[in-house]
Write a new protein. Sequence first.
Length: 113
Amino acid sequence: MPEHPWFKELPLEITICDADGILLDMNDAAAEVFREDGGRALIGSNVLDCHPEPARRKLEQMMKHRQKNVYTIEKNGRKKLIYQTPWYKDGQYAGFVELSMDIPSDIPHFLRN
């Protein structure tokens, strides 16, 4: 993938896989989060192999049906938003992108009209 400066140092984790689940790229923050698992050495491996059941089955279904998945988690005292969504190239399904970002525990919520 071409290198994009904004992608590399963005302060949230971004991973990208192709339609078969092969990890294509990750930014610096994602490489750091997955450092103990290999970091950038994971590029070229299948993301399904990195997920135990039942997460693996859920990811398989998301990829098959091209469905996004959005949720929050709390781990090691950090609350995070996880946003997994299909991506497309020239209108054709190309794989999945995962964004993972820290969010405050008391995040403001605004209703806009």
